[in-house]
Ligand binder design. Sequence first.
Ligand code: HEM
Ligand code: HEM
Ligand SMILES: [Fe+2]
Length: 454
Amino acid sequence: MKYKSQSIALVYFSVALALFAVQVSGGLLLGWIYVSPNFLSEILPFNIVRMLHTNSLIVWLLLGFMGAAYFVIPEESEREIHSPLLAYIQLAIMVLGTAGVVVTYLFNLFEGNWLLGKEGREFLEQPVWVKLGIVVAALIFMYNITMTVLQGRKTAITNVLLLGLWGLTLLFLFAFYNPSNLALDKQYWWFVVHLWVEGTWELIMASVLAFLMLKLTGVDREIVEKWLYLIVATALFSGILGTGHHYYFIGMPGYWLWIGSIFSALEVVPFFGMMAFAFVMVWKGRKDHPNKAALLWSLGCATLAFFGAGVWGFMHTLHGINYYTHGTQITAAHGHLAFFGAYVSLNLAIFSYAFPILRQRDPYNQVLNMASFWLMAGGMTFMTFVLTFAGTVQTHAQRVQGEYFMDVQDALAIFYWMRFGSGIAVVLGALLFIYAVAMPRKELISASPKVPAE
Ligand code: HEM
Ligand code: HEM
Ligand SMILES: [Fe+2]
């Protein structure tokens, strides 16, 4: 650890990992409710568990990004974080908000209260007071890291990271605008949901991957920067108007059919770019970095993001196809692999890189960490295939042949059983990951032939 204030990241990463465990366990519970629909239906209904699953996902990913910024920026800017105290205050606000959310959802508190009760829109269900807390925490965070960057060395990585994080923060403000017209509601809802994962978060992903490649492969900074700018340019060019792929059938003007189809099809380019970038860097790199687990997660991230977001996204993005597949299990298949490949794996890559450094035991427990990669990646890939099959059957039976929704669901039971099975692998993988980074055990894997002990 080069800078003392980087240790802030350790606390952020630890809270993020705890929520990660909650998130995947919630997923497993949802998977079980799908095959056994009355399970806990009185005390913990499906819709509540679903909110906990998706919201905890977003919160832990955000905490991971923030921790990553606190880790990356000191090294890039060559100075300590402006105010470690503010970083911890900010974390306390986030933790308080998260606890508030969980209690409000579980006990259905303050139903209908505009300030204290939960709101209805997917991913943005948190009560208004929690949303305000998120904005305060995000502004403290942005102030803290912007001051650090402004007073230190500016690199392409810090610039892109900052741009992504500012974009993320400002776009969240649309979460407060909730018009009663359903078409307008959806229009602005996607400003947060789509422009996050297919815009600003991509910038964060590209800059953190660039940082990892710089450290793990030892290629020249100039080469990394050229790739980074190319990825950022294609991401923003395609992703902003790509929002149109959510505007097909919600009451927006017809030209969105074409704008959405064309620009969102181009969204495959930055994801392909990130995959090509990662592999070319490893291939060109001169360094044989001992942290193989971090490298595996980085390459896995770029690859699975390309398939989950790029390929599985493209699969249903053209309006003629989306007309049939909209809101089926195809969407769930894509949502899972895209989130896992891009943002879960990105976080686990930087955690794998940073944890041993932060705990001054570099590197350790790599074999277990790598096993956890294959368990989780294998589980999520299998889940994606299963849901894709389910979605294909569903699209045909429900949308082409016009069968009833619940009749079709009954026919899909076998797929839902298999999804539950893959969920077990993912949860075990997540627990193994946590064990691997939490329980230090020094162990070096060398690519070169073993030298006999002295
Ligand atoms: C890190 C891994 C995971 C990520 C990133 C993730 C992400 C998501 C997202 C984004 C949604 C909302 C999907 C949409 O609206 O299309 C969702 C819903 C869901 N997830 Fe996960 N999830 C993960 C793990 C799991 C696991 C292990 C299971 C277990 C079987 C699971 C089961 C479900 C179920 C059943 C739903 C509700 C789908 C529906 O409403 O039909 N997830 N998840
Ligand atoms: C890492 C990046 C991405 C993530 C995390 C992601 C995640 C998601 C999620 C969770 C949904 C379901 C939203 C909901 O209705 O609740 C969704 C929908 C969708 N995504 Fe993505 N996505 C990503 C990138 C892409 C890309 C690059 C494309 C196109 C090439 C794409 C195409 C779509 C389409 C067309 C839908 C609407 C599906 C429907 O009509 O039901 N996504 N995405
Ligand atoms: Fe989108």
